[in-house]
Design a binder for this molecule. Structure first.
Ligand code: CP
Length: 309
């Protein structure tokens, strides 16, 4: 978020990119972007490639766990296991084949300190010699949060809307990257921001900032203009599932106390766990335009990188 700078200027640039997506095609001529995925993706993979193509770049996708050697990420280990290559060699090699690198590497819930120190993406920054875009790292998903902000800016009908990030149940432990970034960006945006979650699901202080935290979901939803649902695992009891309370599934009951709020989710979403069919299929659900804006957010970031080369 710090890299994007002034949010009003970034939003103005996003509107311009959305109006004329091919106006900067000359910037990416003879430039290559390599998108490295340690984890699965639909939206990030496709929207990043589309953004690169709109800018005239050649995108190459590397699926680390499918197409390449398995990569060792820890320094100082004896590599006698199933990993054939170390990041220390792989990163500068990848850097030598491209002009920009994108990296997706999720938290594994093995070591909170190492994951919150972002040891994987920071190795790409240190050893690649190239500008690096986060395609979701252990603790943040900035291109998603930027797309979320663009979407809120497009749909808001009040100068300062009320935005609620709500925890919702999920059968597997999920990282905190999406809610961390959403909180970070909403705290900096011109919105009234509330985080609703069961006790024990408070986000790391550096991301929660001064947001109001409400453990009563119905109270949090009162008068809201945007509901952003997401599951995340506990930060304090790192990576643990502390609740599977299905009363937190976002349904018509909760949406009824909002100010006819729009429903948002980064996707992929588990229907009737996170949100009921009724809410996600309603006219107030904007999950598809939100996903479409992933091209715009990625393109603004790549455009700025190309302009600074
Ligand atoms: N929202 C998001 O990042 O989707 P993918 O995991 O499909 O890329």
């Amino acid at each position: 978020m710090q890299d994007i700078g002034n949010l009003a200027e970034a939003l103005a640039e996003a509107r311009q990119v959305k109006r004329t997506p091919f106006a900067w095609k000359h910037l990416g001529r003879d430039k290559t972007i390599i998108l490295v995925f340690f984890n699965s993706s639909l939206r990030t993979r496709l929207s990043s490639q589309k953004a690169a193509l709109n800018l005239g770049m050649n995108p190459i996708v590397l699926n680390v766990n499918g197409d390449s050697w398995k990569l060792e990420t820890e320094l100082g280990v004896i590599m006698d296991g199933d990993k054939s290559e170390h990041l220390r060699e792989a990163i500068p090699v990848i850097g030598s084949y491209c002009d920009i690198i994108g990296v997706r590497s999720f938290a594994k819930f093995e070591d909170r300190d190492a994951e919150y120190a972002e040891t994987i993406i920071n190795q790409f920054i240190e050893y690649s010699g190239r500008p690096v875009i986060s395609l979701e790292s252990a603790t943040v998903h900035p291109c998603q949060a930027f797309a979320d902000l663009i979407t809120i800016d497009e749909y808001k009908t009040k100068a300062r809307p009320k935005v609620v990030l709500t925890w919702a149940p999920h059968p597997r432990a999920l990282p905190q990257a999406v809610p961390n970034s959403f909180a970070e960006w909403m705290n900096a945006a011109d919105v009234d921001f509330v985080i609703a979650c069961p006790p024990g699901y408070e986000l790391a202080p550096q991301f929660a900032g001064n947001a109001m935290v409400e453990h009563d979901q119905m109270k949090a939803f009162e008068g809201a203009d945007f509901i952003y649902a997401k599951n995340w695992s506990s930060y304090s009891e790192y990576g643990k599932i502390l609740s599977t309370d299905m009363s937190w599934t976002v349904g018509a009951r909760q949406m009824a106390v909002t100010d006819n709020a729009f429903f948002m989710h980064c996707l992929p979403v588990r229907r009737n766990m996170i949100v009921t069919d009724e809410v996600i299929d309603s006219p107030r659900s904007i999950v598809i335009p939100e996903a479409a804006n992933r091209v715009v957010s990625a393109q603004v970031v790549m455009k700025r990188m190309l302009e600074s080369m």
